[in-house]
Design a binder for this molecule. Structure first.
Ligand code: PLP
Length: 232
């Protein structure tokens, strides 16, 4: 069942790549498993899926301990500084960095594990009041500041577009993030190798791929609707 959903999403990504003249190998599908049980993750794991996204530190910790070690875990939810230490040893990428203070904490905790953690800056491209993330104007100074931190590497940008009925409405936001990325690459700070664009969710990932997404974060279309009863 979940395997079929996964296949369908993979096919849609390939189709969007064809439309845009892109290589499907350049798009990583992150299966967003928040609130979903370990059995569901294992079903997809057996089908070959290795990249999973989680929003809550406690839940991520429990799953990472229990599940196979070659799973690549992506932290995509809002992250509090005092919780970074719980994931610093194994997290593969943190998509939701929205302040220098948080990036500094990640660098400090990564150093304790003798590693460098790849991070993305979360950008609120649509300027929604309810969303976390930097404004596009804040990005250049932040990218510069991060380039001086020894144990993080800025790999790119992430956004969550508004929830809309017609995903075409989000094309303009994805395009804006892609432009921001091109601008940052041309600046080329030492400690930054900006090539990741994390954008597109169940509702709009096809449009995001057409606009250059290199990571899409898909939950509902793979796992089905979420039940938040036991989550904050
Ligand atoms: C939950 C979540 C997703 C997945 O959303 P779906 O609509 O279920 O695909 C993607 N990105 C972030 C940041 C999320 O919190």
């Amino acid at each position: 069942m979940l395997e079929e959903n996964l296949k369908k999403v993979q096919e849609e990504i390939e189709e969007s790549c064809r439309k845009a003249g892109r290589d499907p190998k350049d798009v990583t599908l992150i299966a967003v498993s928040k609130t979903k049980p370990a059995e569901d993750i294992m079903e997809l794991y057996r089908a070959g899926q290795r990249d999973f996204g989680e929003n809550y530190v406690q839940e991520l910790r429990e799953k990472a301990e229990e599940l196979p070690k070659d799973i690549r875990w992506h932290m995509i939810g809002h992250l509090q500084r005092n919780k970074v230490k719980y994931i610093a040893g194994y997290i593969d990428m943190i998509h939701s960095v929205d302040s220098l203070a948080l990036a500094e904490t990640i660098s400090k905790e990564a150093a304790k594990h003798d590693r460098v953690i790849p991070i993305l800056l979360e950008v609120n491209v649509a300027g929604e009041d309810t969303k976390f993330g930097l404004s596009p104007e804040e990005v250049p100074a932040m990218a510069e500041a991060i380039s001086h931190l020894p144990n993080v590497v800025l790999r790119g940008f992430m956004t969550s577009a508004p929830f809309v009925d017609d995903p075409e409405e989000n094309r303009v936001h994805f395009r804006k993030l892609a432009h921001l990325s091109v601008d940052s690459t041309s600046k080329n700070h030492d400690n930054n190798m900006v090539d990741v664009l994390s954008m597109g969710m169940s509702n709009d990932y096809k449009v995001a791929v057409e606009e250059g997404a290199t990571m899409v974060r898909v939950g509902t279309s793979i796992f089905g609707a979420r039940d938040y009863t036991n989550h904050g």
